[in-house]
Design a binder for this molecule. Structure first.
Ligand SMILES: Cc1cc2nc3c(=O)[nH]c(=O)nc-3n(C[C@H](O)[C@H](O)[C@H](O)COP(=O)(O)OP(=O)(O)OC[C@H]3O[C@@H](n4cnc5c(N)ncnc54)[C@H](O)[C@@H]3O)c2cc1C
Length: 289
């Protein structure tokens, strides 16, 4: 049963509180996922350690070509950041697609990642950007690719009874790179994605240097279309190659039939369209930057 709610002002203080509760406390940020899980009884905690008052977790900044987003930054802050809009448009657009204004104003990117839902919009974009998470725990700091933090549907390798995501960081996109986010949902707001796709491309002399294509919810976490990425690398930027990559992506996706999200057959068909659309937009963004 919940007995204590704490509002530390530093990461060190938050870690001490977590450790002192010996596995019975949980980190809470916006609470947009956790409050529902506590209410339903799916998750229990004796103490909540609220990280939303920790100023060191609230920054969006650049450092030597990297973009660093603090573990307490909200979707609204990312969607409204000129730096993110210019250097990581896929993430600004993904964050703008989350829930509603109220959800975006309180929900955080770190919470989106640690909650580990396969369709989480910001997490899909972060994987496409090659983001790493910095995690503080009793043993000190460690770093891991966001892509590798998934242990199953709704299961994160980050143990939020004892660990805190302090930063998410990734390389800022350069002049020859572009990114895009495509999403299918039943409404434009307050609707979980039936499918979402994030694409990031790097183009030199009208040839793909590399591409990252991430799709969801078509597996236990965000799914990289690695074979399609390999198909694109080193090939000319043209519509035939984009279409080949879009078709190849579908072979790497395993969507389930769902009464909320549509049949497997329908979603695979639409996925090809969404991947192609995301790639086309990413290419256009790379060519105009
Ligand atoms: C009505 C509604 C609509 C929504 N729509 C969408 C949507 O369209 N797209 C989408 O992707 N999501 C959506 N969500 C889900 C949710 O808003 C997001 O996943 C949000 O980003 C979660 O962040 P939070 O700060 O609220 O996390 P919390 O609920 O506070 O925490 C979630 C989990 O992460 C852990 N945690 C949080 N911060 C940290 C940290 N810094 N370090 C370690 N662990 C941490 C918590 O312990 C908990 O396990 C929706 C939710 C609601 C209620």
């Amino acid at each position: 049963m919940l007995q204590d709610y704490t509002l530390p002002t530093t990461v060190d203080e938050a870690l001490i509180l977590l450790i002192s509760c010996n596995g019975t406390a949980k980190v809470i940020a916006g609470g947009t996922d956790l409050a529902l899980d506590l209410e339903s009884g799916e998750v229990s905690a004796n103490c909540l350690v609220d990280v939303s008052n920790i100023q060191e977790l609230k920054k969006i900044e650049t450092n030597g070509g990297a973009i660093i987003i603090g573990g307490g930054v909200t979707h609204s802050e990312v969607a409204g950041s000129d730096l993110i809009k210019e250097k990581a448009a896929v993430l600004a657009n993904a964050c703008r697609a989350v829930g509603s204004l109220q959800i975006r104003n309180t929900g955080t990117l770190a919470g989106n990642v640690v909650n580990a839902q396969p369709a989480a919009d910001a997490a899909v974009a972060l994987v496409a950007l090659g983001a790493q998470a910095v995690i503080a725990g009793p043993e000190g700091l460690k770093s891991a690719p966001v892509e590798e933090l998934y242990a199953g549907v709704g299961k994160s390798k980050v143990d939020s009874t004892r660990e805190i995501v302090t930063q998410l960081h990734f390389p800022a996109l350069t002049g020859n790179q572009g990114s895009a986010f495509a999403r299918l949902a039943q409404r434009k707001a307050l609707a979980l994605p039936m499918l979402n796709v994030a694409a990031v491309v790097s183009i030199i002399d009208n040839t793909f240097e590399w591409a990252r294509i991430v799709m969801a919810p078509v597996g236990p976490g965000p799914v990289r279309a690695k074979k399609a990425e390999e198909l694109l690398a080193g090939t000319e930027v043209n519509s035939t190659n984009l279409q080949k990559a879009a078709a190849a992506s579908c072979a790497e996706a395993n969507p389930r039939s769902s009464s909320l999200r549509g049949s497997r057959e329908y979603r695979i068909h639409v996925l090809e369209v969404l991947v192609r659309r995301a790639l086309e937009m990413a290419v256009a963004n790379a060519q105009k930057s």
